[in-house]
Design a protein around this ligand. Structure first.
Ligand code: F0G
Length: 492
């Protein structure tokens, strides 16, 4: 007979039981700090970039400027007992309290910035599965690969854990509206959380450049949706100019609370791995908030005594949207090299990433790596993840393509065939159905160009693992023959 929930709870150590039942709030001393000059700001201030004055010597003269770098949330963590917290977090899985059912707020001691727990806006995000991926492992050439699928979040992407944090802050600050620029997933997530909280979501998207599933979400959740005639980088610039003027809260990953929420994914992952640290965590890189949040989580986990080594953060970018790769492999990696982004993985079609410096610092701190992959490599890797019975959107498949390339061709730092690698899949397979169907029907092109009113296609992607639908008359015998043939092939 399995134990009842009450019996399992009664078996917990008394301290854990007491803390669980008290379900305490989680405000702690938090403040904001510039990642470059360390200037601090109160956590209640609505600010995205450091405003401190800098002095530089130029041609022998003092020149004044504004620092302008992005901010981090910092804490005076209270005495932390990792073993106690691990038990408490596990115990919360038996609780029905909304904050305990959220895979973000279950780990609230690691993100103690909310004064009033009632301002939390949750859709029960997180709690995403970690899959063994034998098909992908074989494809890559590793004995084992695990996939942590953030596409199982409520709006289908890894954005939700960050969004619950940012929208909860907006709620506690009594904001009337929130805004973001997006390649699709951030807007879908923001629209959902903002509507749950009862305020207006305002979305800026590059016209014609976001996947249909994501657009449909923003519309359905009721976002004011502005399709900008320009790319993501232009939409981002527009939000940063307009929102502060109109008193609207920006929830792109320039908002450091987004990073805090995303951090909890790493705690959840480590719990799923029984706190055995993998050798490498692989993520796709776009605006680079995701890699930054993983780095910050790992840094704090070591500081607080949860783990004693860090997995190597490995960021994969699309060849046509690879500013971090270009920067980190250049002579001056302290200067961002922006690019005019082009990729069918529209989620990461970003040439001027906001969080590049944070991501670069964490890649260096963890002795990680940055790699780039081609459109063909992305498309094939996506089909392989599909065959796993799992699937993902194109931007997520960058990771599997990237790690395959690294295993085949290596890096300056050795990549061992026995490495324990965890790949983070960022978006659900249903986000971009056009891409998937075009690939399987052998009609995926890098370019669709209209000239003289004629649609021309160029840059055909090969459909290496195509699984096209079969057109057939409604004829029972003919259909039976096709099925039998397929079964016979499968038995070979
Ligand atoms: N994967 C998916 C599915 C994404 O939607 C994004 C980013 C990334 C990877 C890259 O993550 O920006 O933190 O480096 N999407 C953003 C958006 C930009 O607007 O939805 P990142």
């Amino acid at each position: 007979m399995p134990m009842t929930m009450a019996e399992r709870r009664n078996g917990l150590p008394q301290e854990v039981r007491k803390t669980l039942e008290a379900n305490p709030g989680f405000a702690d001393l938090s403040h904001l700090a510039c990642i470059e000059c360390e200037t601090t700001y109160p956590s209640s201030e609505v600010i995205y970039k450091c405003t401190s004055t800098t002095f530089e010597k130029q041609n022998g003269n003092d020149s004044r400027g504004i620092c302008g770098d992005i901010l981090d949330v910092r804490y005076e963590f209270r005495e932390t007992d990792p073993e106690f917290l691990k038990e408490l977090w596990l115990a919360r899985r038996m609780s029905n309290a909304p904050q305990d059912r959220s895979g973000v707020w279950r780990f609230r001691e690691t993100i103690p910035f909310i004064d009033d727990p009632n301002s939390v806006v949750t859709l029960f995000e997180g709690n995403t599965p970690l899959f063994d991926a034998p098909v992908s492992a074989k494809y890559i050439g590793l004995p084992r690969l695990r996939l942590k699928h953030q596409g199982f979040n409520p709006t289908g992407s890894f954005k939700d854990p960050g969004m619950t944090a940012a929208v909860s802050i907006a709620n506690s600050l009594s904001m009337e509206a929130v805004a973001c620029a997006s390649t699709g997933n951030t807007s879908a997530s923001m629209a959902a959380y903002a509507k749950r909280a009862g305020f207006l979501p305002i979305v800026f998207i590059p016209e014609g450049q976001i996947a249909i599933g994501k657009l449909s979400q923003a519309l359905d959740y009721g976002a004011l949706t502005m399709q900008i005639k320009g790319d993501f980088d232009e939409a981002m610039g527009m939000v940063m100019r307009i929102a502060p003027k109109l008193g609207i809260y920006v929830v792109n990953s320039i908002n450091p609370y987004r990073i805090e929420g995303q951090k909890t994914m790493v705690y959840e992952l480590m719990e799923q791995l029984s706190w055995e640290v993998p050798d490498r965590i692989v993520v796709p890189g776009g605006n680079l908030g995701h890699a930054s949040s993983i780095g910050k989580a790992l840094h704090e986990m070591v500081e607080l005594g949860f783990i004693d080594k860090m997995p190597r953060i490995t960021v994969i970018q699309a060849e046509g949207a690879d500013p971090l790769y270009e920067t980190i492999t250049s002579d001056d990696p302290n200067q961002l090299i922006t690019v005019h982004a082009k990729t069918l993985a529209t989620a990461v079609k970003i040439g001027n990433p906001i969080s590049w410096k944070k991501a670069k610092n964490y890649v260096n701190e963890t002795d990680g790596w940055v790699e780039k992959v081609s459109e063909q490599e992305i498309a094939d890797a996506k089909a392989i993840v599909g065959r796993e019975g799992i699937g993902c959107e194109p931007a997520s498949a960058l990771t599997v393509a990237g790690i395959k390339k690294l295993v085949e061709f290596g890096t300056d730092s050795p990549i061992d065939k026995d490495e324990d690698v965890v790949v983070i899949l960022t978006g659900n397979v249903l986000k971009d159905p056009d891409y998937t169907v075009n690939y399987h029907m052998d009609r995926l092109y890098e370019d669709y160009v209209t000239s003289l009113n004629v649609l021309e296609k160029a840059g055909k992607i090969g459909s290496t693992f195509a699984n096209a639908p079969i057109q057939v008359e409604a004829d029972e015998a003919a259909i039976a023959r096709i099925i039998e043939e397929r079964l016979a092939n499968a038995r070979k």
